[in-house]
Design a protein around this ligand. Structure first.
Ligand SMILES: Cc1cc2nc3c(=O)[nH]c(=O)nc-3n(C[C@H](O)[C@H](O)[C@H](O)COP(=O)(O)OP(=O)(O)OC[C@H]3O[C@@H](n4cnc5c(N)ncnc54)[C@H](O)[C@@H]3O)c2cc1C
Ligand code: FES
Length: 282
């Protein structure tokens, strides 16, 4: 019998499928994962924005956002950039291999509170991973929202994650997807330029809109500046922080940004909260 009350408890899980999202030194690999224990699988519930600690016996564990929406089914998905020891070992896994998962941790995007609003996601590179669950959640509940606009950019077309999923978005009137890459490429049929500039060019109205941005710190800085220029209030702007974590639920003090515990108070924050925490953007 699994003790679901113990937040430290790692569940054994199986990799159902894995595929490369991007190529290169710091490539991103996605994993579709199922918890082995029936009762753990049935009682697991996460919301867009939450994360989980993923581990490999004898190697270590690292925190990742859960890059699927609960509306997609009884599985989890992680999209992992190859960085160091744990992520390199995760990239070696194949379908059928085992790993451990504990969580879900942290707060989530307030999808209920946002009902009736327009959702604007602004992502860069691997920063699309925490935004993807929002996109999938809104797609599955489209009548509850006043539409979704997604702006997503990366250095090159090879650095864009989840590429296969963008085509179907262009077939739905309430969804719009705007892709951009930093420099011109042969065959590229979308925008060329940086994400913050694409945001300004598209000029979305702040009226009844929530903007969520995730990506490299430099991109977030200019996106925030441009959202302010467009008239977005601090309370209409959300982001997630990824400070290094150990325990994942407010015990070890590893993840602080000023007075905030990113694992417990976040990882989702409004700009209204973060603008008073200089360490958040350090
Ligand atoms: C809430 C949260 C959500 C995250 N979501 C994702 C995700 O969806 N996909 C993903 O690829 N990564 C995500 N990360 C980052 C991920 O946890 C780290 O990349 C991972 O821990 C690196 O582990 P490693 O052992 O392979 O690398 P290490 O050997 O520990 O480090 C390799 C390099 O990565 C840097 N690094 C490690 N952790 C972080 C971090 N948290 N922030 C910035 N740099 C770091 C180190 O400084 C070093 O330069 C998330 C982190 C947090 C806290
Ligand atoms: S990771 Fe331990 S307190 Fe946040």
């Amino acid at each position: 019998m699994t003790d679901h009350s113990n937040p430290y408890l790692p569940y054994i899980a199986t990799v159902d499928d894995t595929w490369l999202e991007t190529v290169g030194d710091r490539c991103v690999r996605s994993f579709k994962v199922t918890l082995d224990d029936n009762s753990a699988r049935e009682s697991w519930s996460h919301q867009p924005g939450q994360c989980a600690m993923v581990g490999l016996l004898g190697v270590g564990e690292s925190m990742f956002c859960i890059s699927c929406s609960p509306t997609e089914g009884k599985f989890l998905r992680f999209s992992v950039m190859r960085a160091g020891k744990v992520t390199q070992a995760l990239h070696q896994l194949e379908a059928g291999d085992k790993l451990t998962v504990r969580g879900p941790y942290g707060n989530s995007f307030p999808m209920e509170e946002w009902k009736g609003k327009k959702i604007l996601t602004i992502g860069g590179g691997i920063g699309q991973a925490p935004l993807r669950p929002i996109v999938e959640y809104v797609k599955a509940n489209i009548s509850d929202y006043a539409g979704l606009t997604m702006i997503y950019g990366a250095r090159t077309s090879n650095d864009l994650c989840f590429k296969g999923e963008f085509e179907e978005m262009s077939r739905c009137d309430d969804l719009s997807c705007h892709l951009t890459i930093d420099v011109e490429e042969e065959g590229w049929q979308h925008n060329v330029g940086f994400v913050p500039q694409r945001l300004l060019d598209l000029n979305p109205s702040p009226e009844n809109t929530i903007a969520i941005t995730c990506g490299p710190p430099i991109m977030i800085r200019f996106v925030l500046e441009n959202l302010k220029k467009l008239g977005f209030a601090d309370e209409q702007i959300y982001t997630t922080l990824e400070n290094r974590m150990k325990c994942g639920f407010g015990k070890c003090g590893r993840c602080n940004a000023g007075h905030l515990y990113v694992c417990k108070d976040g990882p989702v924050f409004t700009y209204a909260v973060l603008k008073n925490v200089p360490e958040a953007f350090a």
